[in-house]
Design a protein around this ligand. Sequence first.
Ligand SMILES: C[C@H](O)[C@@H](O)CC(=O)C(=O)O
Ligand SMILES: [Mg+2]
Length: 401
Amino acid sequence: MLHKIINLTVRDVRFPTSLEQHGSDAMHTDPDYSAAYVVLDTDCGLKGFGLTFTLGKGTEIVLCAVKALAELVVGKSLQEIVSNFRGFYRLLTSDGQLRWLGPEKGVIHLATAAVLNAVWDLWARAEGKPLWKLLVDMVKDQMLKEGYPAYTTSCAWLGYSDQQLKQLCSDALKSGWTRFKVKVGADLEDDIRRCCLIRQMIGPSSTLMIDANQRWDVAEAISWVSRLAEVKPLWIEEPTSPDDILGHAAISKALAPLGIGVATGEQCHNRVMFKQFLQASALQFVQIDSCRLGSVNENLAVLLMAHKFQVPVCPHAGGVGLCELVQHLILFDYICVSADLRNRMCEYVDHLHEHFTSPAVIQDAHYMPPKDPGYSCEMLEASVNRHEYPEGDIWKLEINK
Ligand SMILES: C[C@H](O)[C@@H](O)CC(=O)C(=O)O
Ligand SMILES: [Mg+2]
């Protein structure tokens, strides 16, 4: 149901609290607790109720402001509003004429609050939930429906031929991938050719990242990556020694004007290192790793620090089982910490998932939230037996080759 808003009424409701000095303070000696009380009517009979608080006199001015905003609300459907709530908020607070009365302060903002409170009330009623639950469920539902955005490293490992690169990239594009990581760092001319090839295939609007796996020193990293700037990488990953915090800071500073960030973390060995990377503005993307840091405990600490520094987390997952594990952490990060998907994505590599009892599920280039109990670490017993070193069949065959 769309719940079209067909009417807005606003009433001036005042309680004579000043008679008994309820609510009095040093500046507001005689408040009459009052409200501009808004009711939204919809075509299906559902109503939304909202208010803003005033102290009596002047409530009639807030009513006028609410009436001025009404034309921006009446006629819209709840669906239309909540599908772009940010846009609707802006519409109310940035009307070219009304904003002169604020902007976003005073009477016009009190009126905005009353109207928006009524819209939120209507939405929560339409969903049959108290507002707090609507808010809490919102991010969870979004993840359950859409999943967490992923990027793929599987098209462009360093040892792949150009032919392989092209084939894998074209397959990935068909499956909906829009974010790609390319391994670089061994030979500059090769890197330029390979990155240009990928950029050409994925087009300007897809995202490209590059990963050097610590191959360079600081000066080399800056000059090498500058040569690759034409392919517009979002980040350079592990440009130099993972322990060189100040080196990463220097690289970050040098590459910032080119719009290239520094990502690192897959070999960042503990939270104290991450703390210093963050304090030194030495990275612009935090790559937590479920298996290098001290499990969930230490990863949670890093997620919280990244949030404090407002640095996006894009976990590392290139390895066996890492996709399975880290998807849990990044979902927690989104639902409970960051609530933000800008510049955020989790790595995905397309190998070895078949050996796990609850393999990661990717749909349309998104991690779908795992539903099985546990941390998705369990391997199939048959896989463990076959791959156990050196007794498993796979290794016996290799050794006897
Ligand atoms: C040796 C690993 O495959 C490494 O190259 C993974 C990596 O750097 C990544 O996934 O990022
Ligand atoms: Mg890497």
